[in-house]
Design a binder for this molecule. Structure first.
Ligand SMILES: [Zn+2]
Length: 441
């Protein structure tokens, strides 16, 4: 209803406002639908229970995981030394995101960094992102450097300071590029199609997650490590036979030159389809007996068998799309924009607010992601036991992993719930005990 006497321009503004509100509601509904889809995929694809209860109940979880008192003490004192800098680092990066995203400081920064280049919106987005990423990195550099000192002191890091700084610079560059380009597209869309930008951006972001999952191992991993095929020999033959027995196509087992940086032991599987590969750290080859390396590879093959990378990619793609649709709703709410000193998603001054919202969203979904991850990892553990039928090597390997990485076998519950992406060593050793009792049955 238009009151009598309202002039033309006002009426049309009112209409725009209604269209905006309809658009905002569509964005919210889309976000909710996608979030429900993510929840369904998580509920259906997460292996909530990976091992039946053995007769007589589950093995009690021994919080020491069978480590010696000296090993436990060393892991504990490392955690005490390393945890504060890493939590401080997280807190500082959030504080930076809040400071620039929820005040007008960020908008001013975006304006001023682009001024020498003419101040166009493209430069505001690109240089604004680079400036914010670099500031975030510089602020967290002191606690990160202290964490590196601790890692050196405990013999966990072998990286030279030159290599450490080079890594920090390279990852800042990669973060800047991977943040600036998507945000440039987002602001461009908001300028081109002001009502439906979020829908295009959500679809594009989902696509980017899927493509990224293919390209990450090819494009990003080589920026940090060199990979060489595991040389021919009994171990290579055994691992390829294991993969064949597992019924999964693995063309190659690669060795990463991780010892340039760390003494930690690790292996992983990344990519899928033609880019899928199993990667084993050279530290693993240097320090573990073959039986334990086979156990690690069998765990990784468990991920391949269960298509865990595909599940992760699907959840990531849907979740990212839901997040972008939610941005579409949040960025029509005047309150946040006013706070950030931006006119709307088409205004490059929105960049600091976007980075804050992404940081906050990422932190909020971390416990959910890790909950799913822990179950998926537990399934891969059981798969390794099924495939190798060698619980002794599995347990010995878990202990070696914990000792070499100075991981507490039974970390504080809250921290594990929030940050733990694998079951604890204590739990993993208990899996093997349960598995053995079920196998004997
Ligand atoms: Zn795993």
């Amino acid at each position: 209803m238009t009151p009598i006497g309202v002039t033309g321009p006002l009426r049309s503004m009112e209409r725009v406002d209604w269209a905006d509100r309809r658009g905002a509601r569509a964005a919210l509904v889309t976000a909710i639908v996608l979030a429900v889809a993510v929840a369904v995929v998580i509920v259906v694809r997460t292996p909530w229970s990976v091992l039946p209860v053995p007769p007589g109940g589950r093995a009690p979880v021994d919080p020491t995981a069978g480590l010696t008192a000296a090993q436990l003490h060393r892991a504990q004192s490392f955690a005490d030394a390393a945890r504060p800098p890493s939590l401080i680092s997280l807190g500082l990066s959030l504080a930076v995101a809040v400071l620039f995203g929820l005040t007008r400081l960020g908008a001013r920064l975006v304006r001023s960094v682009a001024r020498p280049l003419g101040g166009g919106w493209v430069w505001q987005v690109l240089l604004g992102v680079v400036a914010l990423v670099v500031i975030g990195r510089l602020v967290t550099l002191p606690p990160a450097a202290y964490g590196e000192v601790v890692a050196h002191r405990y013999g966990l890091s072998t990286s030279s300071w030159a290599l450490w700084l080079r890594d920090a610079a390279v990852s800042t560059g990669i973060d800047s590029a991977f943040t600036a380009l998507p945000l440039l597209v987002l602001v461009w869309l908001a300028r081109r199609v002001p009502r439906t930008w979020w829908a295009w951006a959500a679809a594009g972001a989902a696509l980017l997650v899927i493509v990224g999952s293919f390209l990450w191992p090819v494009l990003v991993e080589p920026a940090f490590n060199r990979f060489a095929p595991l040389p021919a020999g009994p171990l290579r033959t055994e691992l390829l036979t294991l993969a064949a027995r597992n019924g999964t196509p693995v063309k190659d087992v690669l060795v990463a030159d991780a010892s340039r940086r760390t003494t930690a032991l690790n292996a992983y599987v990344s990519g899928f389809g033609s880019t899928r590969r199993i990667v084993v750290y050279d530290t693993v080859l240097a320090s573990l007996p073959d039986r334990q390396i086979v156990s690690i590879a069998a765990h990784e093959l468990g991920h391949v068998s269960a298509d865990d990378v595909l599940t992760g990619t699907l959840i990531g793609a849907l979740g990212t799309a839901a997040g972008v649709a939610l941005l579409g709703w949040l960025l029509t709410a005047g309150g946040l924009l006013r706070r950030a000193g931006a006119d709307g998603p088409a205004d490059p001054r929105v960049v600091p607010l976007l980075l804050f919202l992404v940081a906050a969203g990422t932190l909020l979904v971390t416990p959910v992601q890790n909950l799913v991850s822990r179950h998926i990892e537990a399934r891969a553990d059981i798969h390794a036991l099924d495939l190798t039928r060698d619980p002794d090597a599995f347990v010995a390997m878990q202990r070696r992993l914990a000792v070499s990485g100075l991981a507490e076998p039974d970390p504080p519950a809250f921290l594990h719930w929030f940050f733990g992406d694998h079951p604890t060593t204590a739990e993993r050793v208990a899996f093997a005990a349960d598995w053995s009792r079920l196998a004997r049955k």
